[in-house]
Write a protein that binds this ligand. Structure first.
Ligand SMILES: Nc1ncnc2c1ncn2[C@@H]1O[C@H](COP(=O)(O)OP(=O)(O)O)[C@@H](O)[C@H]1O
Ligand SMILES: Nc1ccn([C@@H]2O[C@H](COP(=O)(O)OP(=O)(O)O)[C@@H](O)[C@H]2O)c(=O)n1
Ligand SMILES: [Mg+2]
Length: 210
């Protein structure tokens, strides 16, 4: 059952969303074009998670005619990170509206502010962080060929996104690595091979051949 908007804003214990609902969260991080969205679709199909892309939620918010739409749109065009207040609310709403209790949160947290705001507001600590490791050269090639009509998939914005990734997102990966929560994947390989590595992070150990 969905909760009321008021419940969404309440702080509660670990794994709680301000109501009785306990959830499991896996953060999916990696540079722009590293294949986060592609692999999340595979994970959803095989492991029953619900995929929440922070970027998709922000783009939907622009389309909905929200009062924040212009600000979000301008930030995305510049490759900048939208204030956490906006993004965390969208993620919380999506989790509360879902019947599922397992979420892949893709493209979030992208900076220290995102990370702290999410943990403070929701009380949720991720099970682990999937990190897609890929060279900028490969990511650039993929983004320029993505063809989804995105206003930020142009070379000028791509360069800005790479800079933001290195300066703001890598420290978040380092933070979770210091807590032994990062599962790093070589994301430069073909899609099916990357998914073989991803699977090992989700499948229980006993499912593997002895
Ligand atoms: N392993 C891969 N090898 C080649 N192309 C890929 C691979 N993974 C994803 N792609 C393609 O690269 C582009 C970016 O992938 P996407 O999943 O949207 O990445 P992200 O969400 O990390 O930006 C898409 O066009 C996608 O089809
Ligand atoms: N946590 C987030 C995620 C995305 N965004 C914005 O949305 C843009 C696109 O994010 P995305 O995750 O859809 O992009 P990809 O990494 O999938 O290419 C980012 O460059 C940011 O401008 C944000 O501000 N905060
Ligand atoms: Mg994506």
């Amino acid at each position: 059952m969905s909760t009321t908007p008021e419940a969404v804003n309440q702080e509660n214990g670990n794994g709680s969303l301000g109501c009785e609902k306990k959830v499991k969260v896996v953060f999916v991080l990696g540079g722009p074009g590293s294949g986060k969205g592609t692999q999340c679709s595979n994970i959803v199909e095989h492991f029953g998670f619900t995929h929440l892309s922070a970027g998709d939620l922000l783009r939907a918010e622009i389309k909905s005619g929200s009062e924040n739409g212009t600000m979000i749109s301008n930030m995305i065009k510049e490759g900048k990170i939208v204030p956490s207040e906006v993004t965390v609310k969208l993620l919380q709403r999506a989790m509360n509206e879902s019947e599922n209790d397992k979420f892949l949160i893709d493209g979030f947290p992208r900076n220290e502010e995102n990370r702290a705001a999410f943990e403070n507001v929701t009380g949720i600590v991720p099970e682990f962080v999937l990190f897609f490791d890929c060279s900028e050269e490969e990511m650039e090639k993929r983004l320029l060929g993505r063809n989804q009509g995105r206003e930020d998939d142009n070379i000028e914005t791509i360069k800005k996104r790479f800079k933001v990734f290195m300066e703001s997102s890598i420290p978040v990966v380092d933070y979770y690595a210091s807590k032994d929560k990062v599962r790093k994947i070589d994301a430069a390989k073909p899609i099916a091979e990357v998914f073989e590595s991803v699977k090992t992070c989700f499948a229980p150990v006993h499912e593997k051949a002895a």
